[in-house]
Design a protein. Structure first.
Length: 121
């Protein structure tokens, strides 16, 4: 197929391609943080789960703390700024918002690992 033949497909299906690229990026970033996790654990990382209390109670990674996303801005002081923070949720969307909140509050090292299941290493 020549590039000329691809043009109609790209024009018609660019939203689907963009969505696929977004999910690929999220997967790649979570994988990168997973590879960093052993070193972060050695440095005393805080594992922060921003799911609801009910979600956290049903299943969670050992050693993680739960501060729901909607409470994070007011409870951020409960998370140390002296160690790295790895944020998790169910899919990576809430943890991305939590990473932004903590970064704006001056936390120097915050990572989004996506799903809390990625913490189970």
């Amino acid at each position: 197929m020549t590039p000329m033949n691809l043009t109609p497909y790209l024009r018609d299906y660019w939203p689907l391609l963009a969505l696929a690229l977004w999910f690929l990026y999220k997967w790649w970033r979570a994988r990168k943080v997973r590879t960093m996790l052993p070193g972060l654990r050695q440095r005393g990382v805080t594992l922060l789960d921003v799911r609801s209390p009910a979600e956290f109670a049903s299943a969670s990674a050992p050693g993680s703390i739960n501060i729901p996303l909607q409470e994070l801005a007011s409870r951020a002081g409960e998370v140390s700024t002296s160690a790295p923070v790895v944020v998790a949720c169910a899919s990576g969307t809430r943890s991305a918002m939590a990473r932004r909140i903590l970064s704006r509050k001056g936390y120097p090292e915050v990572y989004n690992i996506g799903s809390w299941k990625n913490l189970l290493q």
